[in-house]
Ligand binder design. Structure first.
Ligand SMILES: Nc1ncnc2c1ncn2[C@@H]1O[C@H](COP(=O)(O)OP(=O)(O)OP(=O)(O)O)[C@@H](O)[C@H]1O
Ligand SMILES: [Mg+2]
Length: 259
């Protein structure tokens, strides 16, 4: 089981969009995938489930050390959802940050109706704090979306510092899978080129070759509970997410071959 946390404390960079699309592409490739909504906003949950009454599987169970029971979404794809109740985790004792990891590990050993998962994709929230640290404690890899916008790079250094500290103090197996530039629209060419250049100069190979373009279909598809690859199969947007999935899988394979 490989766990990927999608993280950036900056809001609106595309964490949920990437978690939603990546989880579905991996499932269509035949992997058993668990998507975990670790954000009290519950955006990933709403993208998968139109009907709130179906939100029976809640990540809050993990933080209360109950056995997780993922909900089946479609072939090979499961969800542990979230709602605003998750915000109470911020008020609990510090040790709560290890509970998500324990619950995901516990799921492997428990007799559940869900399969053994190949990939767990955790959607993060736009802040630091207990839930962010819990994702870093549970993950093998962190995937960081960034958006070409003023101040986009300012918080990236802080985020990479928290990842380094998580690795040093409580999760030695953690590594940054990459930084993915999202919402490239070609309208603010100067800013986009400058950001791309600065990122690649500063972070080198950490920056993924795939860049995800800004497309209306990406924004629309969650309203129909569909990944863009299913909603607009022949679109540039679908191509971008397929390319992202390919690059993510290649990076994981290379890392695992090396270790
Ligand atoms: N490549 C894209 N093209 C068009 N729209 C996009 C793209 N990526 C994200 N969006 C849109 O931008 C908005 C923010 O994206 P998203 O919710 O994925 O960000 P987030 O990082 O999860 O935000 P939060 O920090 O609030 O959780 C959403 O309306 C989403 O549909
Ligand atoms: Mg989100």
């Amino acid at each position: 089981m490989i766990t990927i946390a999608i993280a950036n404390q900056k809001g609106g960079v595309g964490k949920t969009t990437i978690a939603f699309n990546l989880a579905q592409i991996l499932a269509t490739k035949g992997f058993q995938v668990l998507a975990v909504d670790n954000d009290p906003q519950g955006n990933l949950t709403s993208s998968f489930l139109e009907d709130p009454a179906l939100r029976k599987s809640n990540v809050l169970d993990a933080y209360s050390l109950k056995i997780l029971k993922p909900a089946s979404i479609s072939k090979n794809l499961y969800l542990v959802g979230a709602d605003i109740g998750l915000s109470t985790v911020a008020e609990r004792d510090f040790q709560v940050i290890f509970n998500l990891k324990e619950a995901l590990d516990g799921m492997k050993n428990a007799l559940t109706t869900s399969p053994a998962f190949d990939y767990v994709i955790i959607d993060g929230l736009p802040s630091f704090g207990h839930l962010h640290l819990a994702a870093l404690a549970a993950a093998d890899y962190v995937l960081i979306p960034v958006k070409p916008a003023p101040y986009a790079l300012a918080g990236l250094k802080d985020l990479l510092t928290t990842v380094d500290k998580a690795k040093k103090y409580f999760n030695p197996g953690l590594s940054v899978l990459g930084i993915v530039i999202n919402q490239v629209d070609g309208r603010s060419l100067v800013m986009e080129r400058e950001m791309d250049g600065t990122l690649r100069k500063r972070y080198g190979k950490l920056v993924l070759r795939t860049r995800i373009r800004k497309r209306v279909s990406i924004e629309e598809s969650p309203a129909f509970q569909k990944a863009v690859a299913a909603y607009a199969p022949n679109s540039a947007a679908a191509e971008d997410f397929k390319s992202l999935a390919k690059e993510v899988l290649r990076r994981i394979k290379n890392e695992q071959d090396e270790s």
